[in-house]
Design a protein around this ligand. Structure first.
Ligand code: SF4
Length: 243
């Protein structure tokens, strides 16, 4: 977007999920957006307040976390920004990719946002990297998958500084995450949950404790994925092996 569009018409909106996001997320966005204004929006409840209020985790099928904590505050911001700056056309560009999941593969990369479009304002949802593979994404900053694998090895061996030196993306990919989502995401597969537990066991324990408090197991896709407490134990035993 930065290379292909007039910068004065670009803004970046980040929906922050306090306590659920990885540390450094906002700083990384600010660093990589150069002079493009970055606006941070927040829902009037946190992820944890939402879980506590509902007495259950969000479900992967309906993803109330995405709709209430990301889409709704971003939509609110778009309406307000258009009104204040007299914009009547918006291209809401999102980094979803077809390779990430079957539902994402079926998404139309250029469509009218019927909820945000009015008689006076036309809003399109655009997926500029919908057809990118993971390799394409890393290649956009000159990184190969082999380089990523080497950096991940260094990171696991404890040489974190060298592993992320001159790394243009956020460090979580080098730590082992396949997606930079919430630190623990209801859509995460086992590998990402293990990585998250390794990186921040205290944060992971918080989720395990909430599971007990609300008596509802954290849901992740594929019922073959082990429970959070099993993953936490597994991550700790793997760390012992590494030591
Ligand atoms: S990243 Fe995952 S847990 Fe976080 S809001 Fe999105 S779907 Fe929900």
């Amino acid at each position: 977007m930065y290379e292909n569009l007039p910068h004065e018409h670009l803004i970046v909106i980040h929906a922050e999920l306090p306590g659920a996001d990885w540390e450094g997320t906002l700083e990384h966005i600010q660093k990589t957006c150069y002079e493009i204004p970055v606006y941070v929006v927040k829902a009037n409840k946190t992820f944890f307040e939402m879980v506590e209020h509902r007495g259950m985790w969000p479900s992967p099928a309906f993803r109330q976390c995405t709709s209430d904590l990301k889409t709704a505050p971003i939509s609110k911001f778009i309406r307000k920004f258009c009104k204040e700056h007299h914009y009547d056309r918006v291209y809401n560009c999102i980094g979803l990719r077809a390779e990430e999941s079957d539902p994402r593969a079926l998404k139309d990369p250029f469509r009218v946002d019927k909820k945000l479009t009015t008689k006076k304002r036309k809003v399109y949802t655009v997926l500029p990297i919908h057809d990118y593979t993971t390799a394409d994404v890393f290649a956009s900053y000159g990184i190969t998958l082999e380089d990523l694998a080497n950096r991940r090895r260094l990171y696991q061996l404890g040489n974190k500084y060298k592993a992320i030196m001159a790394w243009p993306f956020i460090y979580t990919y080098v730590a082992g995450m396949s997606r930079h989502s919430c630190k623990i995401c209801i859509m995460s597969k086992k590998g990402d949950l293990l990585c998250s537990a390794r990186e921040d066991p205290e944060h992971f324990k918080r989720y395990v404790n909430i599971e007990k408090e609300i008596d509802h197991e954290f849901i992740n896709p594929g019922h073959s994925t082990p429970s959070l407490s099993t993953i936490l134990r597994e991550s700790q035993s793997k760390q012992l092996q590494l030591l």
